[in-house]
Design a protein. Sequence first.
Length: 476
Amino acid sequence: MPESTARPLWTAAEVAAATGGVLHGDDRPITGLTYNSREIVAGDLFLALKGARDGHEFAANAFAAGAATALVEHPVEGGAYVVVPDTLHGLEALGVAARERAPHVKRGAVTGSVGKTSVTQAIKAGLDLAGPAHASIKSYNNHIGVPLTLARMPVETQRAVFEIGMNAPGEIAPLSRFVVPHAACVTTVGPVHIEAFADGEAGVAREKAAIFQGLVPGGTAVANGDVAFAGVLCDAARTVGARLATFGTDPGHDARLLDFRPDAEGATVFAELFGKSLEYRLAQSGAHWGLNSLCVLLMLNALDVELDTGLQALAGFQPLAGRGQTRTVAVPGGAFTLIDESYNANPLSMTAGFKSLGARPTTGRRIVVLTDMLELGDQSRALHEGLAQPIEAAGLDLVHAAGPEMRRLYDALPASRRGLWRETAAELAAEASMLAAAGDIVMVKGSNGSKASLVAKALAELQTASSSPDAPRATR
């Protein structure tokens, strides 16, 4: 077979030139980058970053697994390496070099209190249909993930989208300036990470709006016009001279949601985009996907992707793991529907989830299984107790809960809606067979740190246990 003529992502000499480092050993082609020695693929550049453990300790393992070169701060054994004063700064320099060597790439950036990863990947689906594209994987959205995603961008890329997150003030603007996006969006603003902000949600809004500070001159700022702090977002866009595009439900938005109709296969959206009436399909049934899809379409428009291409991408874009994936679980007497929203949670996404669940048709009960929402500071008690109202408004039948904060919600519910409460998600997961019965539809949601995924996994595994005639089942 003829040898491949594909250009490597980098060469060791190029890494040295981009980072100002010194190469020791052979100049080898590099096909990928990682800082996790357990994820090494042959041809990777191993990044010896310093975190809870010093990455230099794992350089030998990385070379044994096939790493072509390592980026290090001092000599290591086992293979070729590039020495730099600081490996994180070296990664940042490599990310900047990747951006600057490919000035033709149209870049987008996504942030928001809810929906960052899903919206980023939905945009990527549209970019993929339009040509060679690149995007963040998983939730690589912090001071390591953003430059790493840039450094992984092939020079042949035509369009790229980057997820940008934060845990504290002052994090988003520097990351946006790494990307220098042509278009940036804020999916929504809500009470997330508010313990880090003295003025709560207002501070979150300002931090999210900081994504516009990295825009190229005249770039597009896409903002959710329905949020309480929409003015903060719009003012921030105008301050940097961006072209502002808003989405929401009220007249006057560039993208306006008119109606969202969920069904068993997804949903139909009725909307207006720049004054044009649209009707299109989604593979998502969550009510928040009405506005999410408009955000996606505005971003794709700003990145020079045709509308028909964007609609095609949305029609096929499936829920991500832990973010609305739905499956049917066979149990004695039939089956129930499991909606896995276990990846993360906050008051905004909880309310959206309840609304979506309440709109789903079912012959049984609508049940939520909830674990603690985290990083809510001194507002945690009120925000957990406050979930009782949207649960009632959605007409949900039963609430199972785990964790000390969710105990506050549990106690605020009427007795008729209380299911099981346990101290931990693991304890609740151990009683999965008592949480749902045939005909029910069950949504599992909670913060990642409170282990909602344990309950979702246990419910899904009832599928394999249901063959036993003596298997316990929940009673109605």
